[in-house]
Design a protein around this ligand. Structure first.
Ligand code: SF4
Length: 395
């Protein structure tokens, strides 16, 4: 049983500042609030989000999202990736079978030639694969599936109403076979249940067969309150032998819900090592955002990823950190200036960056000849940075 609550929204989310370096999206929307998938660890249940009623049954439907999306895309002055997701809902939860908001949105995104990245736990996205393929052909599309289990045994206790692991893998393969990019959100890894090196390795073998483009791992957060209680009730019921370990791991009751630091560091390190062994990036790779956003944002995101990648290989990144800081401050000022003057086109800002690289004046911010030459190859020669070999290659 589901209770639908229809609401109207005014706009989709837009980021006018420095780009989001994690999900690399500039715009975002979600057609629903609350989620019938009912994952037991879902952060969306937290009091922080003020969701009224039963999180799994009282679903807010943003009925006018297609028309708002169209108006927004008509008005936007910049290009960038549209992220379709939310921490508190899934765009392809069961209610979408009848509401059919997503096919309308896909058609609009395709018509306005915007790139998109969609996050889901449901194989219902297969229904719209032709539409997403159109988006991909025009501007680029990436499907991200959240999977944290090597198989279905444990999933049923924690994600009772989402698609099986097998269905999700088949969906990823179908999108990949049609030429689209696919990724996995390996989050939240469940402590003591799906976080062992063997399980991670098995998951990666599943993804290798598909040719997954990125795997992004993450630890589970449990915010104090309903979020933590819902999860702990499942542990009590199905895994009582783990109760004390869980109690200790989340005993700090941080507002962010983070587990103890030693655990988070251990899991990240372990998964990073395994992902790297399988030759898969753990940050959205350059190839997946190149030409899908303005050049000035691409440079900032790539610099941020390079800092993380080189740091993990124990290469000194001090000069890169400073270069990004100077470039980020300059870019923030430029964006403020362009945002305030509606008669200006952001294409001019892109041209300005290209010229600054070409004539060398970008050295004011990079202060590093090697870095300048690197970004000349990225921007002027259309090369992409490989996050595994740490080398530039043809697009
Ligand atoms: S699918 Fe996502 S939003 Fe929905 S309940 Fe699960 S974690 Fe929460």
């Amino acid at each position: 049983m589901v209770n639908k609550h229809y609401v109207e929204v005014k706009s989709i989310k837009k980021n006018t500042g420095l780009p989001d370096t994690y999900f690399v999206s500039k715009f975002g929307f979600s057609p629903y609030k609350a989620c019938q998938h009912g994952c037991k660890y879902c952060d969306g249940r937290s009091e922080k989000y003020y969701i009224d009623g039963d999180f799994e049954k009282d679903i807010t439907v943003r009925k006018n999202i297609p028309s708002v999306l169209e108006t927004s895309l008509r008005k936007f002055r910049e290009k960038g990736i549209i992220g379709i997701s939310s921490g508190v809902s899934d765009p392809y939860q069961p209610i979408e079978i009848k509401e059919r908001l997503m096919p309308q949105c896909a058609e609009i995104i395709s018509r306005y030639k915007y790139p998109a990245m969609l996050f889901t736990k449901s194989n219902m996205v297969m229904r719209d694969i032709d539409l997403w393929e159109e988006v991909h052909k025009k501007a680029g599309f990436t499907l991200m599936m959240s999977i944290v289990y090597p198989n279905d045994d444990i999933r049923k206790h924690f994600e009772p109403y989402s698609s099986s692991v097998e269905q999700r893998l088949k969906t990823l393969k179908a999108f990949k076979d049609r030429g689209m990019s696919v990724g996995v959100l390996a989050m939240p890894l469940l402590p003591f249940l799906t976080d062992s090196a063997g399980q991670m390795d098995q998951m990666m073998k599943n993804y290798d067969e598909i040719g997954v483009d990125v795997v992004m791992p993450g630890c589970m957060t449990l915010r104090p309150g309903i979020n933590k209680k819902t999860y702990f009730d499942i542990i009590d019921k199905h895994y009582p032998h783990l109760k004390n370990q869980y109690f200790d791991l989340y005993s700090e009751n941080r507002q962010s819900g983070s587990p103890r630091k030693w655990y988070a560091e251990k899991v990240h390190k372990q998964f990073s090592r395994i992902i790297y062994k399988h030759g898969t990036p753990e940050y959205i790779p350059h190839r997946l955002y190149k030409n899908r956003m303005p050049i000035y944002d691409e440079i900032y995101i790539l610099m941020t990823h390079m800092i993380k990648l080189y740091d993990k290989r124990r290469v000194n990144v001090d000069s890169l950190v400073l270069a990004r800081k100077r470039y980020g401050a300059w870019l923030t000022d430029e964006k403020t200036y362009y945002n305030r003057r509606r008669n200006l086109s952001f294409d001019e800002l892109e041209s300005k960056v290209i010229n600054m690289l070409d004539n060398g004046t970008m050295m004011t911010y990079f202060q590093n000849e090697k870095l300048l030459n690197f970004f000349k190859k990225v921007v002027l020669d259309q090369q992409v940075f490989n996050y595994i070999t740490l080398k530039l290659e043809a697009l």
